[in-house]
Design a binder for this molecule. Sequence first.
Ligand code: SF4
Length: 116
Amino acid sequence: MRKTYRFTCIVCPLGCAIEVDLDDGKVVEVKGHTCPRGEEWAIQEVTDPKRIIMSVVPVEDGILPTVSVKTVEPVPKEKIPELMKFLSGLRLRAPLKIGDVVAEWDGIKIVVTRAA
Ligand code: SF4
């Protein structure tokens, strides 16, 4: 059975409108992309969607009581609830600077995105 997915590409600010046609779960056509990066992103979006995850975790002795963190790599969408559970149990201690690796989950590094 053929199915069409429509996206706005988020890889760059041009925001091309991309269509991906799947037939029995297999990509048969990609239209609307202006470059190969957009085509690659759209195919991944329908076959194995991933996201960079951002969150906020408590920090002891910091300027503020929490600090923002993010994953260095995109995380498969189906694993996001598991990651969020891990992040909800994470506790950090100041001082921290932007880019410090504060944890690793499933092989994915988690860094702080502001000083604390
Ligand atoms: S398809 Fe290419 S040019 Fe278009 S938004 Fe995506 S990355 Fe940018």
